[in-house]
Every structure is written in C-alpha cells, then in structure tokens.
Design a protein around this ligand. Structure first.
Ligand SMILES: Nc1ncnc2c1ncn2[C@@H]1O[C@H](COP(=O)(O)O)[C@@H](OP(=O)(O)O)[C@H]1O
Ligand SMILES: [Mg+2]
Length: 260
C-alpha cells in the first residue's frame, strides 16, 4: 500500500482499544511484508519499510482514534502529548536491521496505548511469523523447561554485564534482533528472560511490555524501578522482562554489579 491508497476498513464491534491495536499492528505488518517482497538493497528496504509503516499507522490511528496523540519513532515529537489524555506509542519497524536482512523473522511492529498515566494496552506483530500478540487476549506463557535459563539479548548491543550475569545464574545467551521479538520470545517460552541496558526509547518497549504484563511476566527497569511512559524525555535505556521466578536473581545481580 502506498500512502495515497485507501485505508483498509476497520470494523469495530465494540470500542476496544486492545483489539484496535492488534488490528492496526497486523495491517502494518502485512504492508511491511509487501515492501520486503521488492528486491531492494538493505538501506532502501529500511527506509521504505520505516516510512510506509509509519505513514500507515499515523493515518489509521488518526482515522479510527481521532483526537488521540501519537508518539512514533519515525515522527516529529509533538509535545502536546504531554498534556493529552491518550497517547499511542508506536514503533513502525522494531528490529529495522533484521527487517532488512530477509528471511530473518526477528523484527516487529509495536502499537501501545498510554492513557491517564498508565500503559493500558498494546500489540506486537511479528509479521515474519504471521502472528500478532496482544494484551487484549493475553497469551498463555508456556510452562518452564528443564535446563539453564535462556537469556534473550541484542545481537548487536547486548548489555556490558550480560556475560557475568549469564555465568552467575548459569544461563545461556540467545542473541536476536528487535526488542519486541525478544519480549515475545519470553512470552512464547522460547527464552526465559530479556535483559537490555545501554540505550533504548519508549517505543522500543511500550507495546511489548503491555503484552508481557498481560501475560503475567515481570517487567521493570534493570534496577527494579517502574517503567514510565509518555515522559518528556523518551529515552528509556534499560529493561528487564522475565518469568516472575527469575526476577529477584537478575535484579540482585544488577544491583551488585552497579555497586561495582
Ligand atoms: N544502545 C542503544 N541505543 C539506542 N537504541 C538502542 C540501543 N540498543 C538497542 N536499541 C534499540 O532497541 C531496539 C532493539 O534493539 P536490538 O535489536 O539491538 O535488541 C532497536 O530499535 P529499532 O530497530 O526500532 O531502531 C534498537 O535501535
Ligand atoms: Mg525499536
């Protein structure tokens, strides 16, 4: 779909923001799969994917949720969001690097809704897997498996402390792209924890955290403090999402590591 094409019709049975987040993330993902079918060089793929998905999300959210503010990785940050009651926080392509490396599937579309001070819902589309995970119908986290905990980490920018952490808790590292794909790997039981530090923004974690919370997982900063969204400064540099039973061990490690 080009930005001039007609918007797909969203038929809403009830005004359910979670269902809308799921729909709009899924549609953006379908659009991205079509962009990816073109035989483009990696830089062009990143550029066209980011632009097409951002433009679609802006149009669709403005059409179906008029009056709400939008914070997008690819848009200008309109500070009117700071006094808005409802703000959609979107990442049109999370894992842009991996999106530009077909046939990798570790990239995502993030759509979250913040309202009255809280994250209220969100959806993460994983178009390469043909699946969307949403807080509207929370996924059931798979039962724990025997063996060492599996720690999802960035392929390219893992936290400095990750090897020491893995050694202390006897974990194996599972490098992959995209914050959304990594959070959903915990939800799907492919990994047991995702830990990140060193830099990230609100759009990288808002929708994945909404889904993870709905699924009953632990979500916090790596010092255990609360993740806050729709802040003036949208830098939110670190994140822990894990099975609840692992949280205390990981937070305790980070506390001791940070104390030097
Ligand atoms: N040190 C850092 N500073 C800023 N952003 C970072 C970062 N490390 C990771 N990110 C962002 O977090 C998302 C997941 O990263 P990774 O795949 O390395 O785990 C990516 O989002 P985008 O792909 O939307 O830019 C990436 O840009
Ligand atoms: Mg991102």
């Amino acid at each position: 779909m080009n930005s001039d094409d007609a918007l797909p019709v969203y038929e809403e049975a009830t005004p359910d923001d979670g269902a809308f987040a799921r729909w709009v993330a899924t549609k953006a993902g379908e659009l991205l799969l079509r962009v990816r079918e073109q035989d483009l060089a990696s830089d062009k793929l990143k550029e066209q994917g980011d632009r097409a998905s951002h433009e679609f999300l802006m149009r669709a959210i403005s059409e179906y949720r008029p009056g709400d503010a939008i914070l997008s990785e690819e848009g200008r940050d309109d500070k009117a969001r700071l006094t808005a009651k409802r703000v959609w926080i979107v990442d049109p392509v999370d894992g842009t690097r991996e999106f530009s490396e077909p046939p990798r599937t570790d990239w995502a579309v993030h759509v979250a809704l913040w309202a009255d001070g809280e994250l209220v819902t969100g959806a993460v589309a994983l178009p390469g897997l043909g699946e969307t995970f949403g807080a509207d119908t929370p996924p059931v986290v798979a039962a724990p498996v025997d063996g060492p905990p599996r720690l999802a980490v960035s392929r390219t920018r893992p936290p400095q402390f990750v090897n020491a952490l893995a050694e202390e808790i006897g974990a194996t590292l599972v490098p992959m792209g995209s914050a959304g794909a990594k959070v959903i790997s915990v939800v799907r039981g492919v990994t047991d924890a995702y830990v990140h530090a060193g830099g990230q923004y609100e759009w990288d974690s808002a929708a994945p955290v909404a889904v993870a919370r709905a699924a009953g997982l632990h979500t916090s900063r790596v010092d255990g403090s609360e993740l806050r969204y729709n802040q003036d400064d949208v830098l939110l540099p670190d994140l822990l999402v894990c099975r609840p039973e692992l949280a205390a061990r990981i937070l305790d490690f980070v506390k001791r590591y940070s104390a030097g």
